[in-house]
Design a protein around this ligand. Structure first.
Ligand SMILES: Cc1cc2nc3c(=O)[nH]c(=O)nc-3n(C[C@H](O)[C@H](O)[C@H](O)COP(=O)(O)O)c2cc1C
Length: 358
């Protein structure tokens, strides 16, 4: 297969393969390993304070001199109203009861103690660090930020989950569109509707490709040569891969989480709002069963902040019933080799496969 294309030229990489940004999983080591293997590594900075963003970018630069992307969340944040505060307090009380019942020691902050991230501060940090590729999800950048980033020659990658979202991104001048199929692990990037679009990758990618004129990256379910080549056939110029890297040496997941993934069955993979208030795909567990479809789900990022210490504390006790382990629909071996090896193996498999089907 001919790998060189519009995206390898734009990103200055050997392969149009993008290691997906995965907050909580991606490390500077993973990002650098992907870039060093000739792909585009992505560093997940979503919701992190600007100082932390700078620290992670600096660490990554020490490990690679190749291009890599940084990724941020650009969601709108609901103002704190008396109604929201009231609902927050009820949810907090309920979560505290769950924690006590399950003997988990966790802190549940008051709504006014929550630290909210302003993505504009992250953009300042990104420019300061001279990052040249920025991907984003959960919305679109505002006009001023787009102009500011473009003045600084930053390439912008926006995430869509419907044709309508793709058109919004294209119209505002975003350079590359990442189409996220419903198969994808982690949070949905949706931003236009209250009820999220649940369009399968096959339909969505083909329709976005028919309707927009900027390069397309596809994300969702790619885990081998067949799935990569299928997305190429449907119009993808680039291939963003997340779940395939969850078990790697550079993944920040703990061993018990990697083991849980390796025992995963297809009927355990669900789309849930219960941990963060935003739909995300991951492994069903006791917390999801108790909270999903209940009245105790706040809008993102409030639910995410409120459950943060519960998740952290459960993680430190290796309690997979109360942590969010995100994963996509393509179950794979979650192999424990390095990110670079996973990429090399995939490239080799694609080359052999393309040779076979010629
Ligand atoms: C654990 C995990 C965390 C994720 N975190 C982010 C993130 O921080 N930013 C983002 O844009 N996408 C995030 N995603 C979504 C990926 O960018 C991508 O859409 C997805 O992994 C592709 O589907 P796949 O997992 O089937 O490969 C995450 C995915 C996973 C599995």
């Amino acid at each position: 297969m001919k790998w060189k294309n519009v995206l390898t030229d734009l990103f200055k990489v050997d392969y149009p393969i993008i290691q997906a940004p995965m907050l909580g999983v991606t490390t500077p080591e993973m990002t650098a390993a992907a870039s060093n293997a000739g792909a585009l590594g992505s560093l997940a900075l979503g919701d992190l304070p600007a100082e932390k963003c700078i620290e992670l970018v600096k660490q990554t630069k020490k490990l690679t001199d190749k291009p890599f992307a940084v990724n941020i969340f650009v969601n709108k944040i609901d103002a704190i109203t008396p109604e929201l505060e009231n609902k927050y307090n009820k949810t907090k009380k309920h979560l505290r009861e769950i924690a006590e019942r399950n003997e988990i020691i966790a802190d549940f902050p008051d709504i006014n103690e929550i630290q909210l991230t302003d993505y504009h501060d992250q953009i300042e940090a990104i420019i300061l660090e001279n990052c040249k590729i920025v991907s984003f999800t959960f919305g679109n950048l505002d006009e001023k930020s787009i102009a500011f980033l473009k003045e600084n020659n930053v390439i912008l990658i926006g995430t869509c989950t419907s044709v309508e979202e793709a058109l919004v991104l294209e119209k505002s001048g975003i350079d590359v569109i990442c189409v996220q199929g419903i198969e994808a692990g982690g949070h949905r990037g949706s931003f236009l509707e209250e009820t999220i679009p649940q369009i399968g990758g096959l339909s969505l990618l083909s329709q976005v490709a028919d309707n927009i004129n900027v390069p397309i990256i596809y994300a969702g379910g790619i885990y081998n040569a067949k799935t990569l080549l299928a997305s190429k056939t449907l119009g993808a110029n680039g291939f963003q891969i997340g779940s395939l890297f969850l078990g790697t040496l550079e993944s920040a997941l703990m061993d018990f989480e990697k083991q849980r993934l390796r025992n995963l069955k297809e009927n355990e993979i669900v789309l849930t709002k219960s941990f963060s208030g935003r739909y995300a795909r991951g492994i069903r567990n006791a917390f999801i069963e108790e909270i999903e479809n209940s009245e105790y789900i706040l809008p993102y990022p409030y639910q995410n902040k409120l459950t943060a210490d519960l998740r952290k504390s459960s993680k430190s006790h290796k309690n997979s019933d109360f942590v969010s382990i995100w994963a996509g629909q393509s179950i794979n071996g979650y192999s424990a080799v390095s990110t670079g090896i996973v990429i090399q193996n995939l490239i080799e498999e694609v080359e052999n496969f393309s040779f076979l089907i010629k």
